[in-house]
Design a protein around this ligand. Structure first.
Ligand code: NAI
Length: 287
Protein backbone atom coordinates (compact mmCIF):
# COMPACT_ATOMS: atom_id res chain seq x y z
CA UNK A 1 0.00 0.00 0.00
CA UNK A 2 1.33 3.45 -0.89
CA UNK A 3 1.80 5.71 2.08
CA UNK A 4 -0.58 8.37 0.75
CA UNK A 5 -3.35 5.76 0.74
CA UNK A 6 -2.86 4.93 4.42
CA UNK A 7 -5.74 6.41 6.39
CA UNK A 8 -6.52 4.29 9.39
CA UNK A 9 -4.26 3.13 12.16
CA UNK A 10 -4.78 0.84 15.13
CA UNK A 11 -2.57 1.02 18.19
CA UNK A 12 -2.78 -2.05 20.41
CA UNK A 13 -1.88 -1.47 24.05
CA UNK A 14 -3.04 1.75 25.71
CA UNK A 15 -0.23 2.05 28.23
CA UNK A 16 2.49 4.66 28.54
CA UNK A 17 3.56 4.28 24.90
CA UNK A 18 0.48 3.18 22.98
CA UNK A 19 -1.82 5.91 24.29
CA UNK A 20 0.54 8.69 23.21
CA UNK A 21 1.44 7.05 19.88
CA UNK A 22 -2.29 6.93 19.13
CA UNK A 23 -2.65 10.62 20.00
CA UNK A 24 0.33 11.62 17.82
CA UNK A 25 -1.31 9.84 14.85
CA UNK A 26 -4.75 11.35 15.55
CA UNK A 27 -3.27 14.86 15.84
CA UNK A 28 -1.81 14.40 12.33
CA UNK A 29 -5.18 13.54 10.83
CA UNK A 30 -5.27 9.74 10.94
CA UNK A 31 -8.34 7.82 12.13
CA UNK A 32 -7.05 5.80 15.05
CA UNK A 33 -8.40 2.93 17.10
CA UNK A 34 -6.67 2.57 20.45
CA UNK A 35 -7.21 -0.96 21.75
CA UNK A 36 -6.42 -2.65 25.05
CA UNK A 37 -7.56 -5.84 26.72
CA UNK A 38 -8.14 -3.87 29.93
CA UNK A 39 -11.05 -1.38 29.93
CA UNK A 40 -9.31 0.30 32.83
CA UNK A 41 -6.20 1.01 30.72
CA UNK A 42 -8.39 2.69 28.11
CA UNK A 43 -10.11 4.86 30.72
CA UNK A 44 -6.75 5.86 32.20
CA UNK A 45 -5.33 6.54 28.72
CA UNK A 46 -8.23 8.86 27.89
CA UNK A 47 -7.83 10.78 31.16
CA UNK A 48 -4.08 11.07 30.78
CA UNK A 49 -4.32 12.23 27.14
CA UNK A 50 -6.95 14.83 28.09
CA UNK A 51 -4.52 16.19 30.69
CA UNK A 52 -1.64 16.35 28.19
CA UNK A 53 -3.81 18.03 25.57
CA UNK A 54 -5.23 20.59 28.02
CA UNK A 55 -1.71 21.58 29.06
CA UNK A 56 -0.76 22.04 25.40
CA UNK A 57 -3.83 24.21 24.82
CA UNK A 58 -2.95 26.32 27.88
CA UNK A 59 0.61 26.76 26.61
CA UNK A 60 -0.67 27.77 23.16
CA UNK A 61 0.99 24.77 21.48
CA UNK A 62 -2.32 23.43 20.19
CA UNK A 63 -5.72 25.00 19.63
CA UNK A 64 -8.95 23.68 21.12
CA UNK A 65 -10.14 22.83 17.59
CA UNK A 66 -7.00 20.77 16.87
CA UNK A 67 -7.47 18.79 20.06
CA UNK A 68 -11.20 18.33 19.52
CA UNK A 69 -10.53 17.15 15.96
CA UNK A 70 -7.91 14.67 17.16
CA UNK A 71 -10.19 13.23 19.85
CA UNK A 72 -12.91 12.99 17.19
CA UNK A 73 -10.63 10.73 15.13
CA UNK A 74 -9.53 8.62 18.12
CA UNK A 75 -11.65 5.65 19.22
CA UNK A 76 -10.99 3.86 22.50
CA UNK A 77 -12.05 0.25 22.01
CA UNK A 78 -11.50 -2.94 24.01
CA UNK A 79 -12.77 -5.17 21.20
CA UNK A 80 -9.87 -6.35 19.03
CA UNK A 81 -12.28 -7.31 16.23
CA UNK A 82 -12.80 -3.55 15.62
CA UNK A 83 -9.33 -3.22 14.09
CA UNK A 84 -10.39 -5.26 11.06
CA UNK A 85 -10.28 -2.40 8.54
CA UNK A 86 -7.05 -0.59 9.39
CA UNK A 87 -4.08 0.03 7.08
CA UNK A 88 -1.43 -0.05 9.78
CA UNK A 89 -1.24 -1.64 13.22
CA UNK A 90 1.29 -0.47 15.80
CA UNK A 91 1.55 -2.97 18.64
CA UNK A 92 2.56 -1.53 22.03
CA UNK A 93 1.55 -4.27 24.48
CA UNK A 94 3.56 -5.89 27.25
CA UNK A 95 7.17 -6.76 26.36
CA UNK A 96 6.66 -10.53 26.26
CA UNK A 97 7.48 -12.43 23.09
CA UNK A 98 4.83 -15.16 23.40
CA UNK A 99 2.06 -12.61 24.06
CA UNK A 100 3.18 -10.50 21.09
CA UNK A 101 3.32 -13.56 18.81
CA UNK A 102 -0.19 -14.58 19.80
CA UNK A 103 -1.48 -11.07 19.12
CA UNK A 104 0.23 -10.89 15.70
CA UNK A 105 -1.28 -14.27 14.71
CA UNK A 106 -4.74 -12.91 15.61
CA UNK A 107 -4.09 -9.61 13.81
CA UNK A 108 -3.03 -11.57 10.74
CA UNK A 109 -6.41 -13.28 10.75
CA UNK A 110 -8.58 -10.21 11.26
CA UNK A 111 -6.86 -7.47 9.23
CA UNK A 112 -6.90 -7.16 5.41
CA UNK A 113 -3.93 -8.52 3.42
CA UNK A 114 -2.46 -5.06 2.79
CA UNK A 115 -2.24 -4.10 6.49
CA UNK A 116 1.26 -3.47 7.81
CA UNK A 117 1.84 -4.97 11.27
CA UNK A 118 4.51 -3.10 13.23
CA UNK A 119 5.81 -3.62 16.74
CA UNK A 120 6.94 -0.86 19.08
CA UNK A 121 8.96 -3.37 21.14
CA UNK A 122 11.95 -1.72 22.78
CA UNK A 123 14.18 -4.70 22.08
CA UNK A 124 12.54 -7.62 20.25
CA UNK A 125 13.36 -7.80 16.53
CA UNK A 126 10.38 -8.39 14.27
CA UNK A 127 11.77 -11.64 12.83
CA UNK A 128 10.91 -13.23 16.18
CA UNK A 129 7.28 -12.29 15.58
CA UNK A 130 6.85 -12.18 11.78
CA UNK A 131 6.59 -15.96 11.35
CA UNK A 132 3.52 -16.00 13.58
CA UNK A 133 1.79 -14.36 10.59
CA UNK A 134 1.24 -15.33 6.95
CA UNK A 135 2.61 -11.93 5.83
CA UNK A 136 6.17 -11.61 7.17
CA UNK A 137 6.95 -9.15 4.35
CA UNK A 138 4.53 -6.69 6.00
CA UNK A 139 6.00 -6.97 9.51
CA UNK A 140 8.60 -4.54 10.88
CA UNK A 141 9.66 -2.60 13.96
CA UNK A 142 8.73 1.03 14.55
CA UNK A 143 10.33 1.97 17.83
CA UNK A 144 9.09 5.19 19.43
CA UNK A 145 10.78 6.79 22.43
CA UNK A 146 9.17 7.76 25.71
CA UNK A 147 7.18 10.01 25.87
CA UNK A 148 5.99 9.69 22.25
CA UNK A 149 4.14 13.02 22.36
CA UNK A 150 7.49 14.74 22.90
CA UNK A 151 10.27 12.55 21.55
CA UNK A 152 10.93 13.02 17.85
CA UNK A 153 13.08 10.08 16.94
CA UNK A 154 11.60 6.76 15.81
CA UNK A 155 13.75 3.78 14.80
CA UNK A 156 12.27 1.90 11.83
CA UNK A 157 13.84 -1.53 11.55
CA UNK A 158 13.79 -3.69 8.44
CA UNK A 159 14.01 -7.38 9.21
CA UNK A 160 15.29 -9.93 6.67
CA UNK A 161 11.62 -10.83 6.00
CA UNK A 162 10.43 -7.18 5.66
CA UNK A 163 9.87 -6.01 2.08
CA UNK A 164 11.49 -2.77 0.87
CA UNK A 165 7.98 -1.46 0.23
CA UNK A 166 6.93 -2.05 3.86
CA UNK A 167 10.10 -0.48 5.28
CA UNK A 168 9.62 2.52 3.00
CA UNK A 169 5.91 2.86 3.89
CA UNK A 170 6.69 2.68 7.62
CA UNK A 171 9.49 5.25 7.21
CA UNK A 172 7.24 7.65 5.30
CA UNK A 173 4.40 7.17 7.79
CA UNK A 174 6.71 8.20 10.62
CA UNK A 175 7.66 11.33 8.64
CA UNK A 176 3.95 12.05 8.02
CA UNK A 177 3.18 12.04 11.74
CA UNK A 178 5.87 14.68 12.24
CA UNK A 179 8.56 12.42 13.70
CA UNK A 180 12.15 11.85 12.62
CA UNK A 181 12.70 8.28 11.42
CA UNK A 182 16.05 6.49 11.30
CA UNK A 183 16.04 3.31 9.23
CA UNK A 184 18.07 0.32 10.39
CA UNK A 185 18.76 -1.62 7.22
CA UNK A 186 19.41 -4.81 9.20
CA UNK A 187 17.75 -5.84 12.43
CA UNK A 188 19.60 -6.17 15.71
CA UNK A 189 18.06 -6.72 19.13
CA UNK A 190 17.74 -3.43 21.04
CA UNK A 191 18.34 -1.38 17.87
CA UNK A 192 20.65 1.64 18.20
CA UNK A 193 19.61 3.85 21.12
CA UNK A 194 18.80 1.05 23.57
CA UNK A 195 21.99 -0.85 22.80
CA UNK A 196 24.02 2.21 23.70
CA UNK A 197 21.75 3.10 26.61
CA UNK A 198 21.81 -0.51 27.88
CA UNK A 199 25.57 -0.31 28.39
CA UNK A 200 25.12 2.92 30.33
CA UNK A 201 22.35 1.43 32.53
CA UNK A 202 24.38 -1.74 33.21
CA UNK A 203 27.37 0.31 34.35
CA UNK A 204 25.19 2.63 36.48
CA UNK A 205 23.57 -0.39 38.21
CA UNK A 206 26.99 -2.03 38.70
CA UNK A 207 28.32 1.12 40.40
CA UNK A 208 25.20 1.40 42.59
CA UNK A 209 25.05 -2.28 43.61
CA UNK A 210 28.73 -2.36 44.47
CA UNK A 211 28.43 0.70 46.68
CA UNK A 212 30.57 3.14 44.68
CA UNK A 213 27.93 5.88 44.83
CA UNK A 214 24.21 6.48 45.37
CA UNK A 215 21.77 6.58 42.47
CA UNK A 216 21.44 10.36 42.96
CA UNK A 217 25.20 10.81 42.71
CA UNK A 218 25.48 8.65 39.61
CA UNK A 219 22.65 10.63 37.99
CA UNK A 220 24.41 13.88 38.92
CA UNK A 221 27.64 12.74 37.23
CA UNK A 222 25.76 11.85 34.06
CA UNK A 223 23.86 15.14 33.90
CA UNK A 224 26.68 17.45 34.97
CA UNK A 225 29.78 15.76 33.53
CA UNK A 226 28.38 13.97 30.49
CA UNK A 227 25.71 16.59 29.75
CA UNK A 228 22.95 13.99 29.60
CA UNK A 229 19.57 15.71 30.06
CA UNK A 230 18.54 13.07 32.60
CA UNK A 231 20.51 10.50 34.64
CA UNK A 232 20.18 6.70 34.12
CA UNK A 233 18.12 6.13 37.31
CA UNK A 234 15.73 9.01 36.62
CA UNK A 235 15.41 7.62 33.09
CA UNK A 236 14.65 4.09 34.35
CA UNK A 237 11.91 5.63 36.52
CA UNK A 238 10.54 7.39 33.45
CA UNK A 239 10.58 4.39 31.12
CA UNK A 240 9.45 1.93 33.80
CA UNK A 241 11.78 -0.24 35.87
CA UNK A 242 9.85 -3.30 34.66
CA UNK A 243 10.95 -2.47 31.10
CA UNK A 244 14.60 -2.68 32.19
CA UNK A 245 13.77 -5.99 33.93
CA UNK A 246 12.14 -7.51 30.82
CA UNK A 247 14.92 -6.32 28.52
CA UNK A 248 17.59 -7.97 30.69
CA UNK A 249 15.47 -11.12 31.12
CA UNK A 250 15.11 -11.36 27.35
CA UNK A 251 18.85 -10.96 26.92
CA UNK A 252 19.50 -13.61 29.60
CA UNK A 253 17.07 -16.05 27.94
CA UNK A 254 18.86 -15.52 24.62
CA UNK A 255 22.44 -15.77 25.92
CA UNK A 256 22.14 -17.99 29.02
CA UNK A 257 24.83 -15.77 30.63
CA UNK A 258 24.23 -15.14 34.35
CA UNK A 259 25.70 -11.65 33.89
CA UNK A 260 22.81 -10.76 31.56
CA UNK A 261 20.21 -11.41 34.30
CA UNK A 262 18.31 -8.35 35.64
CA UNK A 263 20.20 -6.49 38.40
CA UNK A 264 19.15 -7.54 41.94
CA UNK A 265 17.95 -4.05 42.81
CA UNK A 266 15.80 -3.96 39.66
CA UNK A 267 14.32 -7.37 40.48
CA UNK A 268 13.48 -6.22 44.03
CA UNK A 269 11.76 -3.07 42.79
CA UNK A 270 9.71 -5.02 40.23
CA UNK A 271 8.66 -7.52 42.94
CA UNK A 272 7.55 -4.63 45.21
CA UNK A 273 5.71 -2.93 42.34
CA UNK A 274 7.95 0.16 42.57
CA UNK A 275 8.11 0.60 38.81
CA UNK A 276 8.97 4.30 38.61
CA UNK A 277 6.84 7.30 37.73
CA UNK A 278 3.85 5.20 36.69
CA UNK A 279 3.47 3.77 40.22
CA UNK A 280 4.65 6.90 42.07
CA UNK A 281 7.86 5.28 43.31
CA UNK A 282 10.97 3.83 41.73
CA UNK A 283 14.51 4.93 42.48
CA UNK A 284 12.91 8.28 43.33
CA UNK A 285 9.59 9.15 44.99
CA UNK A 286 6.89 10.99 42.97
CA UNK A 287 3.91 12.84 44.31
P1 NAI B 1 2.53 -0.47 29.64
O1 NAI B 1 2.66 -1.56 30.64
O2 NAI B 1 2.43 0.93 30.09
O3 NAI B 1 1.25 -0.76 28.71
C1 NAI B 1 1.00 -2.00 28.09
C2 NAI B 1 -0.50 -2.09 27.84
O4 NAI B 1 -0.74 -3.23 27.01
C3 NAI B 1 -1.34 -2.28 29.11
O5 NAI B 1 -2.35 -1.29 29.15
C4 NAI B 1 -1.92 -3.69 28.95
O6 NAI B 1 -3.23 -3.81 29.50
C5 NAI B 1 -1.94 -3.85 27.44
N1 NAI B 1 -1.94 -5.23 26.96
C6 NAI B 1 -1.22 -6.27 27.44
N2 NAI B 1 -1.47 -7.36 26.69
C7 NAI B 1 -2.36 -6.99 25.73
C8 NAI B 1 -3.00 -7.66 24.65
N3 NAI B 1 -2.78 -8.95 24.39
N4 NAI B 1 -3.86 -6.96 23.86
C9 NAI B 1 -4.11 -5.65 24.10
N5 NAI B 1 -3.52 -4.95 25.12
C10 NAI B 1 -2.66 -5.62 25.91
O7 NAI B 1 3.75 -0.69 28.61
P2 NAI B 1 4.57 0.40 27.78
O8 NAI B 1 5.62 0.97 28.60
O9 NAI B 1 3.60 1.29 27.08
O10 NAI B 1 5.29 -0.54 26.70
C11 NAI B 1 4.59 -1.12 25.62
C12 NAI B 1 5.58 -1.58 24.57
O11 NAI B 1 6.35 -0.48 24.13
C13 NAI B 1 6.56 -2.66 25.04
O12 NAI B 1 6.81 -3.55 24.00
C14 NAI B 1 7.82 -1.85 25.36
O13 NAI B 1 8.98 -2.61 25.18
C15 NAI B 1 7.74 -0.77 24.30
N6 NAI B 1 8.44 0.46 24.60
C16 NAI B 1 8.37 0.99 25.87
C17 NAI B 1 9.04 2.17 26.15
C18 NAI B 1 8.95 2.78 27.50
O14 NAI B 1 9.75 3.70 27.76
N7 NAI B 1 8.05 2.39 28.37
C19 NAI B 1 9.84 2.86 25.11
C20 NAI B 1 9.77 2.25 23.81
C21 NAI B 1 9.12 1.08 23.59
Amino acid sequence: MAINEMETVAVIGAGAMGSQIAMVCALKGYSVILNDIEEDSLTKAKESLKGHMNRRIQKGKLTEQQVEGAFGRLTFDANLASVKDVDLVIEAIVEKLDVKRELFATLDEITPDHTILATNSSTIVSSKIADATTRPDKVCNVHFFNPPLVMELVEVVKGPHTSDETAQAAYEFIEKIGKAPVLLKKEISGFIANRILGKLMDEALFLLENGYATHEEIDTVCTKALNHPIGPFALMDLTGIDVNYFVRMQRYQESGNESDKPAKIVEEKVEKGDLGRKTGKGFYQYS
